[in-house]
Design a protein around this ligand. Structure first.
Ligand SMILES: *Cc1c(COP(=O)(O)O)cnc(C)c1O
Length: 364
């Protein structure tokens, strides 16, 4: 059987998901594996969110509230943003999908960095638009090079702040200069998946940038600082007009009832968010102090993960770490053959990571 598949779909590289930890443990004959590869919250989920989801389980025979009424209301109240500016998604990924369906047509260009978050390219190509890649400069976004890549076909530009996988960040001033030059026909997607971890007061915060006359969509997620990656919930903040368009293409029941209840409760659990950020910042300092003592170079970060220069083949280091029960991310496929990315874990996890890294790098 040979079914016709559109060229733009054929051009997508199949996404290679990692194996479940249980499978890896069986394969390698290891136990108590720790995962520091997906920038997840090391202390779990907000207890308030978990309790709210338990309660919401009584009503799983009902369809979710398609508008996410209570979650949108809570977001509006917490962020000080009108409800009409909020679009909820099945993860912030889902909102990227809506924006590409609304604003990109066949042949339009979308500017993004190389490397960048994999989902941008997937969604752009899915609507038969063309990704235009701009290399990073010193592992950071180069906004003027990105502005230079804009042509009269460009309709979207992706900015990740803080950036994944490098942890670099954009300064508010830099962004404002960039916006002054940018054509008002280009939608700026400002992905702030890690913004809760940023500490530099000069770091751009998208909340201050969204306005009725500006084509900016800010994406945020409950997957990282709020510890709800498994339940899939995120949102976009944008102008009334843009939000109305996204809601036209949004699947009516895109966010499930557990996710809505969990996210709303997580927003009220400020203690959990604070505990998470305090842990990340304390442990980041611990990890980086130890790495300095070990004379291992790393890249500064405004996020809950960072890059380490292992001065060896990163795929080999990944593999050797895995055999010691520590999962990190090799940056080979991102174009950094000697870097690994690791996210901050609990003290115990970080100690195990450091021990494993020391052993592995001694050998190579
Ligand atoms: C983790 C991450 C997200 C979050 O995606 P969700 O779909 O909300 O889980 C978005 N952008 C980047 C760059 C990320 O690393």
């Amino acid at each position: 059987m040979k079914l016709k598949v559109a060229e733009n779909i054929l051009s997508l590289k199949p996404y290679k998901p990692g194996k479940p930890i249980e499978e890896l443990e069986r394969e390698y004959g290891i136990k108590n594996t720790i995962k520091l590869a997906s920038n997840e919250n090391p202390i779990g989920s907000s207890p308030k969110a978990v309790a709210a989801m338990r309660e919401a389980m009584r009503n799983l025979h009902r369809y979710p509230d398609g508008s996410g009424y209570y979650l949108v209301e809570k977001l509006s109240e917490k962020l000080g943003v009108p409800k009409q500016r909020i679009v909820i998604g099945n993860g912030s990924d889902d909102v990227i999908g809506m924006l590409t369906r609304v604003y990109l047509s066949s042949g339009d260009e979308a500017v993004m960095t190389d490397p960048s978050f994999l989902m941008y390219e997937i969604y752009v190509k899915t609507v038969n638009a063309v990704p235009v890649f701009v290399p990073l400069t010193d592992l950071s976004l180069n906004l003027s090079a990105m502005a230079d890549a804009v042509t009269d076909k460009t309709r979207m530009i992706f900015i990740t702040n803080p950036n994944n996988p490098t942890g670099s960040y954009i300064k508010t001033k830099e962004f404002e200069t960039f916006m002054e030059k940018l054509s008002p026909e280009v939608v700026v997607v400002l992905d702030e998946a890690y913004i809760e971890f940023a500490r530099d007061p000069e770091c751009l915060n998208g909340l201050t940038q969204v306005a009725e006359d500006r084509p900016i969509a800010v994406l945020r997620t409950f997957s990282k600082a709020y510890g709800l990656a498994g339940i899939r919930i995120g949102y976009g903040l944008m102008s009334f007009a843009m939000a109305a368009m996204c809601n036209r293409v949004r699947e009516p029941f895109n966010t499930n009832s557990l996710a809505q209840a969990g996210a709303a409760a997580a927003l009220d659990d400020e203690a959990f968010l604070k505990k998470t950020c305090t842990l990340i910042h304390t442990e980041l300092a611990f990890l980086q102090d130890q790495l300095k003592k070990m004379e291992i170079a790393f890249f500064p970060t405004q996020s809950n993960f960072f890059l380490i220069d292992v001065k060896a083949d990163a795929d080999d280091v990944f593999e050797s770490m895995l055999k010691r029960g520590v999962i990190v991310r090799s940056m080979v496929s991102y174009g950094f053959p000697e870097y690994i990315r690791v996210n901050v874990g609990t003290r115990k996890e970080n100690e195990r990571f450091l021990q494993a890294l020391e052993m592995v790098l001694k050998k190579s």
